[in-house]
Structure formats: structure tokens, C-alpha cells
Design a protein around this ligand. Structure first.
Ligand SMILES: [Zn+2]
Length: 130
């Protein structure tokens, strides 16, 4: 039986935790992204921090491909989330050089260096019924 798109995305997140560890624990939730006062359009995902946890929110309505791409994109934010940025109130950090390098690593590992297959071996901790 195949995984749901959310289960597959969580499997990839589990793989990312091992191969591209973040500076703080990362939790992932799926829900539509609210349009905040700084945004003029909706987002597919956001990365933010509360306390010692980085939260990645991914729009659960996305199709599988977009959901996975969003997870890779947001993971690069989590990987490069520096302390200064943690103290700011903004919920969506810049796409600077550091982010771009992290994203490039994650993207290449997943798409070009076997990550897609590697990640399929990751066991999900919990599985929910649809
Ligand atoms: Zn971003």
C-alpha cells in the first residue's frame, strides 16, 4: 500500500533530519497558510520558531509534488535558521546566499544523488488513517 502525500512528505522530513540536521528540533504540521499582514499572496509553506522548536507549516491541500518541493524549500530555512533570525518577529526569512546553498544541497541530494530512494527506507513513527 502506498503512503498518503502527507505520509510521504513526513518520510522525506525524517530523512532530512538524518542527512541534513537542523540547528534546533523541527516539527512539521499541515494546514493552509494564513495570509499575515506582511504578505500579499498566499504561501505554500512557512518556517518559524517558537521557543526551542522550529515549526514548518505546509499547506496540506498541495499536490504531492508541490508538497515535497515545499518541504525541501522550508527545510533549507530550518537548516540555516541563525540565532539572530530567531529573535526577529518575521515568519518568513530571506532567501539569501546561505539559504540558497542549503537548498541547493538538499535539492541535489534528493533529486540527483539518490535521496528520493534513500528517503523511501525511512520508517514513519506513526501512521494515521485518512
Ligand atoms: Zn522561503
Amino acid at each position: 500500500m502506498g503512503l498518503t502525500k502527507k505520509e510521504r512528505t513526513l518520510q522525506i522530513i525524517g530523512w532530512l533530519r538524518k542527512v541534513h540536521p537542523p540547528p534546533l528540533p523541527v516539527r512539521v504540521i499541515f494546514r493552509p497558510i494564513c495570509v499575515g499582514k506582511h504578505w500579499t499572496k498566499s504561501h505554500d509553506g512557512t518556517t518559524s520558531r517558537k521557543g526551542r522548536t522550529i515549526w514548518i507549516i505546509i499547506d496540506g491541500r498541495l499536490k504531492t509534488y508541490s508538497m515535497i518541493e515545499t518541504a525541501l524549500h522550508e527545510w533549507a530555512h530550518a537548516m540555516t535558521w541563525r540565532h539572530e533570525a530567531l529573535e526577529k518577529k518575521g515568519y518568513h526569512p530571506d532567501h539569501g546566499d546561505e539559504w540558497a546553498l542549503a537548498y541547493g544541497r538538499v535539492y541535489r541530494h534528493y533529486h540527483d544523488q539518490g535521496g528520493r530512494e534513500e528517503s523511501k527506507k525511512v520508517r514513519l513513527r506513526r501512521r494515521r488513517k485518512r
